[in-house]
Design a protein around this ligand. Structure first.
Ligand code: MG
Length: 173
């Protein structure tokens, strides 16, 4: 049993995760359009991961007998100046998502909702990783700024990223 306040907050987070998915799908399309196949692959995987984040919250709500309500997903940008611009927005966005997750943790604590707090710890750790990977790639892109060969090499590396099912969903398979 989770409180109405907690349910509303999780429903809002489901929308935020799906908005993230939509943002990264859009970046993937634009990267493909720019001939950056590796960057496109990286964001295509990120698109799947964000859908997974929404699914983890949906599964949790359903396991608690709570009602999931899907709200409209707001529009996202469709074009970026460069891969660097994409990762600048990715890092800023993930920092915002981190604060949303931390806010959910604060609500869970106020509601004395230990079960939700436990579920959220996976997301707290995940956000540390999300910010770190966006920051690492952004650092690399800044290092090679103006150097097409450098960008080519980074793109090649990003083509190697493979999707793995996050542990809370893998446990359900
Ligand atoms: Mg997410």
């Amino acid at each position: 049993m989770i409180s109405k306040r907690m349910q509303d907050a999780i429903n809002a987070q489901i929308n935020a995760e799906l908005w993230s998915a939509y943002l990264y799908l859009s970046m993937s399309m634009d990267a493909a359009d720019k001939g950056l196949k590796g960057v496109a692959n990286w964001f295509a995987i990120q698109f799947k991961e964000e859908q997974d984040h929404a699914q983890i919250f949906i599964n949790y709500m359903q396991s608690q007998g709570a009602r999931v309500e899907l709200a409209p997903i707001a529009a996202v940008d469709t074009e970026w100046d460069s891969a660097k611009a994409m990762f600048e927005q990715t890092l800023t966005h993930e920092q915002k998502v981190t604060s949303l997750i931390h806010n959910l943790c604060a609500i869970a604590a106020e509601e004395k909702d230990v079960a939700t707090a436990n579920r959220l710890t996976w997301f707290v750790d995940e956000q540390v990783e999300e910010e770190e990977s966006a920051r690492d790639i952004l650092d690399q892109l800044r290092m090679v700024e103006g150097n097409n060969y450098g960008l080519y090499m980074i793109d090649k590396e990003m083509a190697a990223r493979v999707y793995t099912t996050p542990s809370p969903l893998a446990a359900k398979e």
